[in-house]
Design a protein around this ligand. Sequence first.
Ligand code: A3P
Length: 301
Amino acid sequence: MTEYKQDDGDGHSITYLDTDGYTTCTFGKPTEIAKRIREMTNFKCRPDDVFICAPVKSGTHWTWEIISMMFKGKAETIERSKIENMLEGSSWDLLESLPSPRVLNTHVYYSRLPEKAKELGCKMIYVLRNPKDLAVSLYNHTKGITLYNYDGKWDHFLPLFLQGRTEYNSWFEYVLEWEREMSTSPELPIHLVYYEDLKENSLLEVSRLGRFLGVDDKDGLFEAISRKCQFDNMAKDKQEYLYPCGDEETFSFYRKGDVGDWKNWFTVAQNEHFDKVYSKMMKTSKHKFRYERMKQMDNKL
Ligand code: A3P
């Protein structure tokens, strides 16, 4: 386990934690984080645990809030941060003390998830987002959170992302690993949510989620949750429960919440390069992102 500085090739570096080749944020507690990363496959699960699994910056806070409200049975702001329910970011004693059903979350690769979660058939919500928007979001996250100590430029951050040298290693490997698992074990209770779909048709996606989780849509609960969790509402309502890790003047976990913000950041050349890397890395994948796929949603509600 080492805390190290990832050089961006332009005189700036990001402070990360390396645990046996796996990169994460230090969360200010490197030894504890490394221990959790190493021991995560042995994490003690309960059959009714729900796991939100997503590459970092895919919309984890949003889905966590929606699902937590569903289990609460009320469209009321959850008075804590999702980071407190995060496998690598939170104390496991604290997680043990939470009442069931627990809404847990993590950004680690599928192969690093608790074995028991797979054995017990815990429900998993897999969240994906256009990787171009995700890269922009991750850049702002890395610049904004003081622990990273990073002041580099977008032009120098993007290559690191494409090379899998930012936190949680490679986005491509993450997605490919999940795809392999989902095709070899189709019986696993995994529900895929796309950030873009949740944004465009929030009620439909919230309803699909609720149906998957077996939650009753009593008295318009899903509609109320979908409204309460719109970006502007969450940005305001969650303000007092934010995990303290950045300069509040310049950083928020609720930055913009847009689809397509990447167009404001990528140059034409960067976009072409990204597409090339994407095609090469994902050549074995059948996965089609929203901007390249036909909508494959079941509308039977
Ligand atoms: P941006 O940086 O593009 O704004 P995660 O929760 O996995 O860290 O993902 C963070 C991203 O989700 C950020 O994206 C954040 O603004 C966005 N987000 C958070 N809550 C949201 C909501 N209610 N609606 C839409 N986007 C949201």
